[in-house]
Design a protein around this ligand. Sequence first.
Ligand SMILES: NC(=O)c1ccc[n+]([C@@H]2O[C@H](COP(=O)([O-])OP(=O)(O)OC[C@H]3O[C@@H](n4cnc5c(N)ncnc54)[C@H](OP(=O)(O)O)[C@@H]3O)[C@@H](O)[C@H]2O)c1
Length: 309
Amino acid sequence: MKPTSQNSPLLIFGPGALGLYFAARLHQAGYPVVLGHKLSKVPESREVSVLVRGKGQTETLTLPIYAPSELLHQFGSFSLVIVTVKARHLQTVSTFLQRLQACFFLFPQNGAGFERSLKPALSGQFVRLVVTFGVTRTKPWQVEYRGDGEIWMEEKFLEPAAILQKAGFQVRLVEDIQPWVMRKFLVNLVINPLTTIFGVPNGDLTRVDPDLTLGRAILREGLEVLAAEGWHFNQEEIESLVISVLQQTAQNRSSMLQDLDRGALTEIDWITGYLLGLAKRQGIEVPYNETVYRIVKGLERKHGHLELF
Ligand SMILES: NC(=O)c1ccc[n+]([C@@H]2O[C@H](COP(=O)([O-])OP(=O)(O)OC[C@H]3O[C@@H](n4cnc5c(N)ncnc54)[C@H](OP(=O)(O)O)[C@@H]3O)[C@@H](O)[C@H]2O)c1
């Protein structure tokens, strides 16, 4: 494996809420940060002015931005690439990612099911992140920090962990990231579709679904399917986790609801859809999850959401 050079740039590919927040923190810590986006979204100046609000502060910074072909031809290699496109765009950008030279590729996407095809094809190490803080795009190139949390990653990835820590992120190192990915998956399985269907901020979910009756049924099915796949979680522990996330993020609209609000397709296929795929493989019926999946897909169609790229 190539060593990480302090002078090689760091690439943030997919400059939305999370990408711009990563870029701002890393830039402020002195790392050479480059943004990557679709050619159609890259300004002629190859620069963008980014505004980040949060923790009582507002900061503006100017960052270089390039299209995929420019990144491939103008840069030899990157020390680190943080891929912050949505899970549904990973397939679109995978050919480009496979051609990039970098030591580490970090993936913070919620949901599951995209690792297998990407992991073996990259030039550097595939690093799965679990991100529990929240950021939201308020306008193009403007982001707001909306909830404290951490970045979880495997302890073997010391170099990227040190970079993220130096940039001010709270990094939790674990031996194996997969159980933490699946815990967050279960939390998202409950919160995202239900807040989207009811159209409520997270804190209102227990008001519209008293005692989380629907939420618990969705979770029960999820736990049964994951258990058949060899993942065993305690229902009470995950229920408490769901409730504490709902309380800590009470004012937030879930990312799935925000996607629907702003006319984008949701990540339902990588959350509930992923579970439906596993359930089918295991021959387990999951009627609650099947129903919320169909409703969210129906809402996407109702809002006329089409994937154009
Ligand atoms: N936001 C959070 O707090 C948070 C927390 C934990 C995990 N995550 C995960 O992180 C991922 C990103 O979330 P987000 O909230 O940052 O989403 P987002 O704001 O929608 O950002 C995604 C970015 O990717 C860009 N993009 C789309 N297609 C692209 C392409 N072909 N090439 C280059 N860029 C492309 C989008 O462009 P446009 O500007 O054209 O839309 C957008 O700027 C998601 O999978 C989410 O589950 C987010």
